[in-house]
Design a protein around this ligand. Structure first.
Ligand code: NAP
Length: 184
């Protein structure tokens, strides 16, 4: 699972989705584009901004996680490409509902949340992260205003900091450290 900004920057096929006016009204119900898929790329895209040419990312079937504010033309765009989608929330994503739907509609038991910081922060705030795997890479960089590992947007209610328990430390090649934590 990745946030809209990360996907737009590094993975989406089109800069902006090329929408056409859809002839019929599409009900705001989940849509499964590939019933045989067994691995998935989940895009957190509340407003329906991501452009795709195909329905998979390196073989992982794409599921768009939308809110109800998404336009009819964007739903038509996804259906034409056989990209799956679910709705969770009116304007902001309700991640608890999203995870329940993902588990009931698709063969999904475990999700690897891969960032960026805002999507990580949204699930952390809801207490939906069980394990944190952190890779420390020996590069120092002073870019200002870059998202950290967890960011909670100002429009979302901030909750107390999460306490984590260190469960494993591994030294990998090239000076990389792999730290594993469980949520307490
Ligand atoms: N170092 C790493 O391992 C790593 C991993 C991944 C990404 N990155 C980097 O992180 C940067 C992007 O991170 P980011 O934090 O700016 O963006 P992000 O988490 O990739 O995406 C944030 C977007 O996701 C949607 N979103 C997130 N939480 C939401 C919520 N609660 N409700 C509704 N929508 C929600 C919003 O989309 P809308 O704005 O469309 O509403 C939001 O702007 C990139 O530079 C990327 O390369 C680094």
């Amino acid at each position: 699972m990745c946030g809209r900004v990360t996907l737009e920057k590094d993975f989406a096929d089109e800069e902006k989705p090329k929408l056409t006016k859809s002839r019929q009204r599409i009900p705001k119900k989940p849509f499964v584009g590939d019933i045989d898929a067994t691995s998935f790329a989940i895009a957190v895209d509340a407003k329906g901004k991501l452009g795709w040419k195909k329905n998979h990312l390196s073989g992982d079937h794409i599921i768009e996680l939308l809110t109800e504010q998404v336009s009819n033309s964007y739903l038509d765009y996804l259906q034409q490409r056989k990209i799956s989608y679910i709705f969770a929330g009116k304007k902001e994503i309700d991640f608890k509902s999203a995870l329940n739907q993902l588990a009931s509609l698709f063969p999904i038991k475990t999700i690897m949340l891969e960032g960026g910081g805002h999507v990580n922060g949204s699930l952390l705030k809801e207490g939906l992260i069980d394990e944190l795997s952190l890779l420390i890479i020996p590069i120092a960089d002073g870019t200002s205003n870059a998202p950290t590992t967890f960011e909670v947007s100002e429009y979302l209610q901030k909750k107390p900091a999460a306490h984590l328990r260190l469960t494993d430390v591994k030294k990998l090649q090239h000076g990389v450290l792999w730290l594993k934590y469980r949520a307490r």
